[in-house]
Design a protein around this ligand. Structure first.
Ligand code: ADP
Length: 519
């Protein structure tokens, strides 16, 4: 309340300030008002403080000296400079009235916010103020509310800034959708994902759309269905979702929660989706590796057991015959047959164990290559000699040689013999007993060696696969084997900077080729 006396009540320079307060109307006004009133004789420093003025601060009227210095002592020192500046401006006549908000000390020692408004009501002929009057309004409550609101706004701004920085810095997709699964807000990662030609999408192109519109029907419908489930149940869900991309399908792990306001109204949902495509691929590979390992262990134990069982049966039969006193069993022919059989089974065991050792050497990068100069035909002849009996007994004839040039070079002889042995024994295993043809030639200053059979052949889709570890194109029951031979052969050939491949027609036969540099 701004009390302007000038005009209403006659005030003259020498008038006693108490005069007008004698006026019953003024008295009524002063007592009924909730505001305090002050009347300052600028010349003497004397101030009249109304009852309400002093009571507002917890004092009784006789406890406050009616002097301007009483007021000065009560104003908060931090607010004083500003109060003085405003007051001076008005006293100098620069402003029409004086108005400040400042803190004033109460009797209890705490601070009250006061709206202090006043005006010089008389000046001498030089313009110097003689009297000023005004009011005090307690605005502590209002200030408290203002402060609370400001704190709230600050908190809101802070949490908005935090949310924004989380959204911006996150490599996960963050999105807010309405109840119909339409986008309300997304982060940069989301814009990047749905952008095209390596450019992020524009926010304005995304807002208001649903997943079908930027992901297509298939992925979009399933995502919206997930959204609707959580919105209906008002419960957080954690699921895997697929989205198409230029690099194939991506898998995301999404956590989505409903957004519910303080009145329990459903507003929409917030979701965070993490790209787990790579992790998924790794997991799949790991699963495949574990399955392959388990299969290998079961095949390996079967493969090891077969020759051992054959040996055991033979030794039991010999023992039985000795116990039964049947000397005719020990004829030179029978003994030769026994020893050939024992030799074959032991060789089979040795090959299996060697293959397994090679695998562990390859795995640890310790497959050493010791080169020496030799004619490749020597290695073939050596293997042929070792396998001759087997070849003849299975195919009914010796190896056929189509081309058989002299090709000299520097290679690891033992390892090369291992490759040749592997290709020939495979031709025996899978060649349906048909004749086997080999060839040796030079092409483009490189050695080429091939083994051709007329057996079961290999389907095109298995051409690459059979050179991988534990990979077989036949079922374990058809022909025995660990699926390691070609893998090891490939490692040996590649260690010589060469290559190995197969040409084949299913059910007609295969030709395995190796190519080695001559130097
Ligand atoms: P294994 O013979 O012990 O299975 P390999 O690594 O030597 O292992 O061969 C892998 C697979 O390649 C075989 O299981 C077979 O399916 C196929 N394969 C190899 N050589 C031939 C061939 N000459 N004819 C047909 N299939 C073959």
């Amino acid at each position: 309340m701004f009390i302007v006396f000038k005009g209403r009540i006659k005030v003259s320079n020498n008038q006693n300030i108490e005069d007008y307060r004698e006026n019953p109307v003024v008295r009524e006004l002063l007592e009924a008002s909730n505001d305090g009133f002050w009347d300052w004789n600028v010349a003497t420093g004397e101030v009249y403080f109304s009852i309400r003025w002093v009571e507002m601060l917890g004092y009784k009227q006789d406890e406050v000296e009616p002097n301007v210095s009483s007021w000065e002592k009560l104003v908060h020192p931090d607010d004083m400079p500003h109060v003085m500046e405003v007051l001076q401006k008005h006293i100098k006549g620069e402003t029409d009235y004086y108005e400040t908000e400042h803190r004033v000390k109460t009797k209890q020692g705490d601070w009250k916010w006061i709206l202090d408004r006043g005006r010089v009501i008389s000046r001498d002929k030089n313009g110097n103020p003689l009297r000023a009057a005004g009011s005090h309004t307690d605005i502590s409550e209002k200030k408290k509310h203002e402060e609370e609101r400001e704190n709230l706004l600050r908190e809101l701004e802070k949490s908005q800034a935090i949310l924004k920085s989380i959204m911006t810095s996150s490599s996960d997709l963050i999105y807010i959708k309405d109840k119909e699964s339409r986008i309300l807000a997304v982060n940069e990662a989301f814009l990047k994902l749905v952008g095209s030609d390596g450019k992020p999408a524009k926010m304005e192109d995304i807002i208001g759309k649903n997943d079908i519109e930027f992901l297509g029907n298939e992925a979009g419908i399933s995502i919206i269905e997930n959204d609707q489930i959580l919105l209906k149940n008002r419960k957080t869900i954690s699921i895997e979702e697929q989205t198409p991309s230029s690099n194939g399908n991506l898998t995301f792990h999404s956590i989505k929660s409903p957004i519910i306001d303080s009145k329990n109204h459903l507003i929409g949902l917030i979701g965070i989706s993490r790209n787990i495509t790579e992790r998924k691929k790794m997991e799949d590979k790991l699963k495949e590796a574990i399955t392959a390992r388990d299969e290998f262990l079961s095949i390996a134990s079967h493969e090891l057991k077969t020759p051992l069982t054959a040996l055991l049966l033979q030794s039991q039969s010999i023992k039985r015959n000795i116990l039964q006193g049947k000397p005719d069993i020990f004829t030179p022919e029978k003994m030769t047959k026994f020893s050939i059989m024992i030799d074959q089974q032991i060789q089979r065991l040795v090959r299996l164990v060697d293959d397994m050792l090679d695998i562990s050497r390859i795995q640890s990068g310790k497959l050493a290559i010791n080169k020496e100069k030799f004619d490749f035909r020597e290695a073939i002849d050596q293997v042929n000699e070792r396998l001759e009996v087997q070849i003849k007994s299975i195919t009914g004839e010796s190896l056929r040689k189509e081309v058989y040039e002299m090709v000299a070079g520097s290679w690891d002889r033992q390892r090369i013999e291992q490759v040749i042995t592997n290709l020939l024994t495979n031709a025996l295993k899978y060649g349906h007993g048909q004749p086997i043809t080999i060839g040796l030639l030079t092409k483009n200053n490189k050695l080429r060696f091939y083994v051709k059979d007329h057996g079961e052949g290999i389907k095109n889709e298995n051409f690459e696969r059979i050179f991988q570890r534990f990979e077989r194109a036949v079922s374990p029951n058809e022909v025995s084997g660990l699926g390691l031979g070609l893998y090891i052969a490939k490692q040996i050939v590649e260690s010589h900077r060469g290559r190995i491949w197969v040409e084949s027609e299913y059910a007609k036969g295969s030709t395995f080729w190796i190519e080695l540099p001559l130097n």
